[in-house]
Design a protein around this ligand. Structure first.
Ligand SMILES: NC(=O)c1ccc[n+]([C@@H]2O[C@H](COP(=O)([O-])OP(=O)(O)OC[C@H]3O[C@@H](n4cnc5c(N)ncnc54)[C@H](O)[C@@H]3O)[C@@H](O)[C@H]2O)c1
Length: 333
């Protein structure tokens, strides 16, 4: 069996998730960890038997088949381009970049390369979403009419230093939901209307961001999607998707921390949802890595590409324009 050697950029929160999945997959080996923060790089490399390396070592090593880019957002575009130039397949975290013109440049470089770019919209690989998509395609609920995505971060889930460089709620957080709405609907949106406020945390208001939002979108054929977001859910990570069609409804629910249900005179109680993305989406991250390995083997095409990343960012830009103008805006091509 071919074993693909992989280098990981970024030893932060998502880097640790990917390091585990790379190390645990029978067909991949984590060879290098690259991160300018030496303590984080050494700790993660040691956990999975990898070496800490400089960027140049990765590009120069012909044994490296693929790189995983899980570093801060501002590094993604450059690393994708350098990786493709160095003959590596690319797995990159969302978003590609915060600027549309930079995203367009990267997409051109990808188009000219023989190597794939998989953009890590991991929620496509959640078991409930995989099942939902399959059933929609099979026609179980007839033509879709309305898709609803509920996504709320847990209270205190993210440090303010992360939020400062995140690009704002629509480019950082809602970007997953824009992709999810497109993925489930199977059509592009042409209209966007957004309403938003900073209600949860004065620190978020101080950095000029918003933390509570509602975005509605419409396809050219008239179908509607609604996304509601908050940076604060007192009960944990709130992640639900609903697809409504002519013949019924499919819905994913929050995943509880454990399955015990207590039924008593004073009510019925079950555990709170998982605290955040690392626990809630553990299986989806492993599933997306297994998918990427099949892409490396030439068995599948990337489920989410640079173009999907671009379209999600387009919706984010349209949402900001809607906020500025107070109107429903057309999504620019
Ligand atoms: N798909 C998801 O569910 C998901 C979840 C969280 C984060 N993300 C994305 O992953 C990225 C990282 O987020 P995080 O939460 O892990 O952040 P983090 O702050 O925990 O970690 C980022 C790491 O990148 C390192 N870094 C900075 N410059 C680098 C460079 N040039 N090369 C290598 N490493 C470098 C930092 O030192 C830090 O250790 C962001 O783009 C974010 O949008 C995606």
């Amino acid at each position: 069996m071919t074993v693909f050697s992989v280098a990981l950029f970024g030893a932060g929160r998502i880097g640790a998730v990917h390091a585990r999945n790379i190390a645990e997959h029978a067909a991949t080996r984590l060879k290098y960890v690259v991160d300018p923060a030496p303590a984080a790089a050494h700790a993660l490399a040691a956990r999975f038997g990898a070496q800490v390396a400089a960027e140049e070592t990765v590009w120069a090593d012909p044994e490296i088949h693929a790189v995983v880019i899980g570093s801060v957002t501002a590094t993604h575009a450059d690393l994708i381009e350098k990786g493709l130039k160095a003959d590596k397949a690319i797995f990159c975290e969302k978003p590609i970049d915060l600027s549309m013109s930079r995203v367009d440049e990267v997409i051109e470089v990808v188009a000219a390369s023989k190597h794939p770019l998989f953009l890590a919209f991991n929620r496509r690989f959640d078991s409930g979403i995989l099942e939902m998509k399959q059933r929609i395609v099979a026609g179980e609920i007839g033509p879709l009419e309305l898709v609803t995505v509920v996504s709320k971060d847990p209270d205190g889930g993210l440090p303010i230093d992360y939020l400062k460089t995140s690009g704002g709620i629509f480019r950082d957080m809602t970007i997953h939901d824009f992709d999810m709405a497109r993925h489930i609907m199977g059509e592009d949106f042409v209209w966007v209307q957004a309403t938003a406020a900073a209600l949860c945390d004065p620190a978020i208001k101080e950095i000029g961001d918003i933390d509570t939002a509602c975005v509605s979108m419409q396809t050219a054929s008239g179908k509607i999607a609604v996304i509601t977001n908050s940076r604060r859910a007192s009960f944990g990570y709130d992640q639900r998707v609903e697809a409504h069609g002519a013949r019924g409804l499919l819905r994913t629910e929050n995943v509880p921390q454990h399955m015990l249900v207590a039924e008593r005179e004073d009510g019925v109680r079950r555990a709170k949802p998982h605290f955040f993305f690392i626990e809630r989406y553990a299986q989806s991250y492993a599933n997306e890595w297994a998918h990427f390995v099949r892409v490396l083997k030439g068995e599948e095409q990337p489920s989410a590409t640079g173009e999907d990343g671009r379209k999600a960012l387009q919706l984010a830009e349209a949402a900001y324009r809607s906020l500025e103008t107070g109107r429903r805006v057309a999504v620019s091509a």
